[in-house]
Structure formats: C-alpha cells, structure tokens
Design a protein around this ligand. Structure first.
Ligand SMILES: *[C@@H]1O[C@H](CO)[C@@H](O)[C@H](O)[C@H]1NC(C)=O
Length: 354
C-alpha cells in the first residue's frame, strides 16, 4: 500500500491546476505573493509523485508495444468538432488523454524499453539514479538529464559543460567543470518539484536522472544531428532535421546556427516548411530521410500520434526520446496549413497496421 490520502492528493492537484490556469489573470498578484508566485512557476511538491509506479508504467508500455495502444477517447469527438488542427489536438490530448502509455513513453528512461521492443538502439546509459547518487564519470561525453520532465539537461564533454537547458536553476557557464557534487545538486533540485502541471504525462512519472553517452556520427567527432518524425499510427507525415541545437559559445539551446529543415517522408525531398521562425539548412539526403522514416514508422506503430526523436549516427539511428506533446500545442507552422494537414493525419483512421 502507498502512504498518504489519495483524495486530498487529488484535491491539492486540482487546486494547483486551477491556480496554473488562472495565473495569466493573477500575474500582478503573483509578483506580490510568494505562494502564488511559486504556483506560477509550475512548482508542485514531490509528494504528489509518491504513488507513481514505474513497474506499472512498464507493464502498460509492454502491452501497447505488442497490441498497440488503445484508441484515445478524446480523439473522435475532437476530430468531429471542426477542421482538425494539430496544435488543438495536442492541447486536447494534454487536457483529456489519460492513457498510462503516454506517461511511460514520456519517461526518458522507460522509453528505452519501447525502443528495445522495436529493435532500435538507444544511447548507452552511463548511470541512472532516482536518489541522486552520482558516480565519478570521467572524460566521457554525455547528456545528463531529468527523466521525468522536459528541459533540465546538461551536455558534458571532457568533464566540462558544453550545453545547458536549465529548468529554473542558474545557467552553467560553458567550460565550467562538472563534478559529481554539481550533478548531485542539480539532481536534487530537478527531482524536488514537478515543473509543468499542464503536461499530464509528466505527473505520472517517478523523478530521476540519467547520464547517457552522446551519440556521434561515424567519424567519431561530429555530434549526431536530431531527426524528428511527426508520425501517426506508424506512418510518418513529416520529417524535421535539426542541426546545431546548442550554441557552442554560450552553451544555450536554440543558438544562431540552429537549423530546422523539413522533408517529405515519401520522396525525402525538402519542403518549404518552417516552425517557430527557425531558418532552414541544407537538410538531409533524400535516401537518408527515407531511412529515418522507416525507423520512425516502426517506433510509432500502434500509437495514434507520437513525435519520434532520433539521433542520426551516420550508419544507424538511435531513439532519443518520444514526445507526446510537441511544444505543448504551440508550434507556429509556416505555412499555417501544415497545422491542418498534421491534424487531418491524426484524425485519419485505419492506417494502424502498415
Ligand atoms: C508498483 O506496482 C507493482 C505491481 O503492481 C508492485 O508489485 C510494487 O510493489 C509497486 N511498487 C511500489 C513502490 O509501490
């Protein structure tokens, strides 16, 4: 039996959700009141995680990997309500879709099991901890990240910080030394609170951290680019190739050199599409896009929608993460019709087995 009182936990969660949704209207109050300010920063006490259970989530994940996930109840009415919008469907999923498999896929450690079941490699885990016990890692290049939330990521090469996506803490200067004590401190901070109460899937996870070896291209020196597939029932509808995710000088994500290039998954050719005003780059060779698509299709099988985030290691692809709420339904697509096209792909039935 778990400790605590589920009913009061639910009540506290409901109040925090309410406070979150009201925060736009109480911004002035938030400045004056530390309590409301804490809520506005999406902080939620860790005891609300207490009844979460990785073993149960893994069982849901294994079932969905074999039989496919259940069709979500929210989808048919949302699709019937008007012309489908991808962003609106992401928001509807956040508000109403409560399938445990979404939570399992969101966990950055549990999702590795999904990849394993589908025969796709994942980056090597140097260590994982739920208790912030951090060993000495040495000179390996790795990403140190929270498994239970978004952001909260430090990239380390040769024992020094090369990138940092903070989630509330002060930014680490690039080149600063990484010690087990520093990582333990970050872990303690990251696992103490829940960061975004609107993204339901995160609220079902058990806080933890993982350090995984960075993936390089076959030359062993160039970091792997990201390839992200918007995939619906095992069918990739759009491929996004991302380079220079972190700025080398500042260590910040979304640096001036970051490029987001979109491709048609069938032909592999570039598409005149942009998201969130990011400039396009050279993109990938069409044959490589089609290879990524095949890997994504396999990983997305049995899921109404998932964004499959791969690393392009040159000779193979690794699964990085599965994203179930891309940009929380706030992507600015250009042309804007892409939002409708992706929405229609999500609403289209019957392509579950391909
Ligand atoms: C999690 O669930 C499993 C299976 O239902 C159970 O055996 C286990 O004791 C639970 N773990 C915790 C920490 O509650």
């Amino acid at each position: 039996m778990t400790m605590g009182c589920p009913r009061s936990t639910t009540l506290v969660a409901a109040l925090l959700y309410l406070a979150y949704y009201l925060r736009c209207c109480v911004k002035d109050l938030a400045v004056r009141s530390p309590a409301v300010g804490a809520l506005a920063a999406n902080r939620m006490p860790a005891y609300l995680y207490r009844s979460n259970n990785d073993t149960k989530l893994l069982a849901h994940l294994a079932r969905a990997a074999t039989a496919g996930a259940d069709e979500p109840a929210f989808l048919a009415p949302a699709c019937a309500a008007g012309p489908p919008s991808f962003n609106e469907l992401v928001k509807a999923r956040m508000a109403r879709d409560r399938r445990p498999v979404l939570a399992a896929l969101t966990d950055k450690q549990l999702v590795k099991r999904w990849a394993e079941l589908r025969g796709v490699r994942t980056p090597e885990v140097l260590f994982a901890s739920k208790t912030c016990a951090v060993p000495e890692i040495g000179a390996d290049a790795y990403a140190f990240k929270a498994t239970h939330t978004t952001g909260c990521l430090v990239l380390v090469e040769g024992g020094r910080v090369v990138g940092h996506k903070p989630c509330g803490e002060r930014r680490l200067a690039p080149g600063s030394r990484v010690t087990p004590e520093l990582l333990a401190t970050l872990c303690a901070r990251w696992t103490r609170t829940m960061y975004d109460v609107t993204q339901w899937a995160y609220s079902k996870l058990t806080p933890g951290v993982v350090a995984e070896r960075l993936v390089y291209r076959t030359d062993g020196a160039t970091p792997a680019d990201d390839v992200k597939c918007f995939a619906f029932r095992g069918r990739t509808a759009l491929v996004q190739h991302v380079t220079h995710r972190f700025d080398a000088a500042s260590g910040r994500p979304r640096g001036a050199r970051k490029r987001d290039t979109f491709h048609d998954p069938r032909s592999g050719r570039r598409l005149p599409v942009a998201v969130d005003r990011q400039p396009a780059g050279a993109g990938l060779a069409p044959a490589r896009v089609r290879q990524a698509r095949d890997v994504c299709d396999g990983l997305a099988r049995g899921l109404d929608f998932a964004r499959i985030d791969l690393f392009d290691a040159g000779a193979s692809f690794f699964l990085g993460e599965v994203t179930v709420y891309p940009k929380r339904g706030e992507h600015a697509f250009e042309p804007s019709a892409v939002d409708g096209e992706l929405g229609r792909a999500w609403c289209r039935q019957g392509n579950a087995t391909r």
